[in-house]
Ligand binder design. Structure first.
Ligand code: FE2
Ligand code: FE2
Length: 250
C-alpha cells in the first residue's frame, strides 16, 4: 500500500520483499496508485517509433524507453495491488508477488536512468495507464496470473527480442543490452505465473488460460508480431499454449 501511494518520484525502488506476509492485511481491491505531475496520463498514447531509421533519433529512442519505464512502473504497482486484492491467496504466492514487484521497480529505475542518459526526463512524454484500466477487473488470482503473467509478461518476451534488435540496428548498444537484461529477467516472472496458474486451475492449457483473461482482453494483445518461442519455452510456457498464442492473429 505504501508503494502504491508513494509520490511518483519515490517509486524507483521498493524495499526488500518480506519473507512472510502480514496475515492482518485486509482485502483492498480498490487500492489505486498516485498519479499527477510530472506524469501526464492520456487516453490515447502516441505511437512509438518501430523503425531503425526513426530510432536513429535519441529523442525517439527515449520515448520508447519512457513507455517501457511506465509499463514497469504499472507492473510494480499492480503486483503490490495483487497482494492487497488477493489477501486470501496462499502466503507463498503473495511473497512471490512482492519479490516480482521489487524486480519491476528496479526495471522502472533502469529504464528511467536510460531515458535520462538520452537527454529526456520522466514525464516528458504522455502515457496511457492501460494496465491499470484492465487488471483491477481480475477477481481471482488465477485471472491475475493468466492476464498479467502469462499474457502481458509473456508478450514482453516477444517484444524484448524485437526491440533489442531494433536498438542494435539503430546503433544504441546500451539500450539494446538493457532491453535484453529486462527481458531475460521477465522469464522467471512468466514461470511464476505458469506455476501458480497450474496451482489455481489444475493445468495450463490454452482453453483454461483464455477463460481466465479479463474481458474484453483478447490474446491478440498478448503477443508480439513474431513469437519468441525459445524465450517462452525457457519461461516454462507449455508448447500447446505457445502454439495457441501463435495462432491468434489480427
Ligand atoms: Fe519488468
Ligand atoms: Fe515482470
Amino acid at each position: 500500500m505504501d508503494y502504491l501511494l508513494a509520490p511518483l518520484a519515490h517509486k524507483r525502488s521498493l524495499g526488500p520483499a518480506p519473507s512472510a506476509v502480514d496475515p492482518t492485511f485486509v482485502r483492498r481491491r480498490d487500492a489505486r496508485p498516485t498519479r499527477g505531475a510530472p506524469l501526464t496520463v492520456v487516453t490515447r498514447a502516441e505511437k512509438l517509433a518501430t523503425h531503425p531509421e526513426a530510432l536513429a533519433s535519441a529523442k525517439k529512442r527515449a520515448a520508447v524507453l519512457h513507455a517501457f519505464a511506465h509499463h514497469e512502473l504499472q507492473a510494480a504497482e499492480l503486483f503490490c495491488w495483487a497482494i492487497l486484492a488477493f489477501s486470501d491467496a496462499p502466503a507463498a504466492f503473495r511473497v512471490g508477488l512482492a519479490k516480482i514487484a521489487r524486480d519491476e521497480a528496479r526495471h522502472f529505475d533502469l529504464y528511467l536512468s536510460r531515458v535520462e542518459a538520452l537527454g529526456a526526463k520522466w514525464g516528458e512524454f504522455s502515457v496511457r495507464d492501460w494496465f491499470w484500466q484492465r487488471l483491477p477487473d481480475c477477481e481471482r488470482p488465477a485471472q491475475f496470473v493468466a492476464t498479467m503473467g502469462l499474457g502481458f509478461e509473456g508478450a514482453n518476451l516477444d517484444h524484448g527480442q524485437r526491440f533489442e534488435s531494433l536498438f542494435e540496428r539503430a546503433g544504441d548498444a546500451e539500450s539494446a543490452a538493457l532491453v535484453r537484461l529486462v527481458s531475460d529477467e521477465e522469464r522467471s516472472h512468466v514461470a511464476f505465473a505458469k506455476h501458480w496458474f497450474e496451482q489455481f486451475t489444475g493445468g495450463c492449457d490454452p482453453v483454461t488460460w483464455r477463460e481466465n483473461l479479463v474481458a474484453p482482453l483478447s490474446p491478440l494483445v498478448m503477443r508480439g508480431p513474431t513469437i519468441d518461442r525459445e524465450a517462452r519455452r525457457e519461461a516454462r510456457m507449455p508448447e500447446a499454449l505457445i502454439d495457441a498464442i501463435e495462432r491468434y492473429r489480427a
